[in-house]
Ligand binder design. Structure first.
Ligand code: SF4
Length: 290
């Protein structure tokens, strides 16, 4: 297998084969994100990607069950390249259960619904989409490149094709002045997208990003741990997925939490209330990861 630069994957893909089809992120402008700033975006040659599939088969055998296709928004790759990749993956790994990738709303909307259906039918069945916020002002500030309405339409198309969604919202990214608007609008967007998996992460100010420069200039401030807990509480209280796996256990969070929503709402709110009342200690700032 050949990889270019640092490779990122969702925590839930820890046991998956990681196959790099694109290098970097085609958008690469979100103000808080440093993942691909050092990479010039490109789609790898299909022949090279298929060679990596053969290499993975030699290394790992035929028993691979999950494949995550990197990098940052791999869905941007042309459907004409995706289809032979998905076909080859199924040929070489007959027990394959799922192929997944990061995607932006824009990636989904740039493909026509028939293409999205073909991708799902060929095995691309899970997309990780990070609106980060449902608040229009926050989405504008963080340069997400898509509106809440774009995300709802993207989710509708993915679901209509038979894909599952894992959505990511980012506590604190609205700044202290938009904190609760951000949390509530994010809950509304998550409800409208109705994903199978919902993750709450906490914003981390990474040196070199536009967000870090805004914080240094004093034009934005990020909520402290208590403010982030208050946002999490507002989000969980409002969000209404049909049946979603909820995770707040990413290394960036101050308090690991998980369960199903709406089933476990009261328990999760109870833990958040206990944390806000100081009865459960929060992870100190220095112990947080990215
Ligand atoms: S779309 Fe994702 S990978 Fe690309 S810049 Fe935004 S957060 Fe980073």
């Amino acid at each position: 297998m050949r990889y270019e630069g640092d490779i990122y994957r969702p925590p839930s893909e820890g046991g998956s084969l990681i196959l790099q089809a694109t290098v970097g992120c085609s958008w690469n402008r979100c103000t808080y994100c440093a993942m691909y700033r050092d990479k010039r975006f490109r789609v790898r040659d299909l022949a090279e990607i298929l060679e990596d599939v053969e290499s993975a088969r030699r290394t790992w055998g035929a028993g691979v069950r999950r494949v995550f296709v990197a990098d940052g928004d791999a869905l941007v790759m042309d459907t004409d390249a995706w289809i032979p990749l998905l076909v080859r993956l199924r040929e070489r790994f007959p027990r394959l259960e799922r192929v997944s990738a990061y995607a932006t709303a824009r990636n989904l909307l740039e493909k026509d619904p028939a293409e999205v259906r073909r991708l799902a039918a060929e095995g691309l069945t899970l997309l990780y989409v990070g609106p980060e916020s449902g608040d229009p002002e926050t989405l504008r500030r963080i340069a997400k490149g898509a509106t809440a309405g774009d995300h709802v339409e993207a989710a509708r198309r993915a679901h209509a094709a038979g894909m599952a969604l894992s959505t990511i919202f980012l506590l604190g990214v609205g700044g202290t002045d938009r904190s609760l608007e951000h949390a509530r609008a994010s809950a509304a967007l998550a409800s409208a997208m109705d994903p199978a998996y919902l993750a709450l992460l906490s914003v981390t100010v990474i040196p070199g990003t536009p967000l870090a420069r805004a914080v240094a200039r004093g034009t934005t401030t990020v909520p402290d741990a208590w403010g982030l807990m208050a946002e999490a509480r507002a989000f969980v209280a409002d969000v209404r997925p049909t049946h979603g796996v909820f995770r707040m256990n990413h290394a960036s969070n101050h308090l690991p939490l998980g369960g199903f929503l709406p089933r476990d709402r009261d328990r999760i709110l109870g833990v958040l209330d206990a944390a806000l009342a100081g009865r459960i200690p929060l992870k100190p700032e220095w112990a947080r990861g990215l």
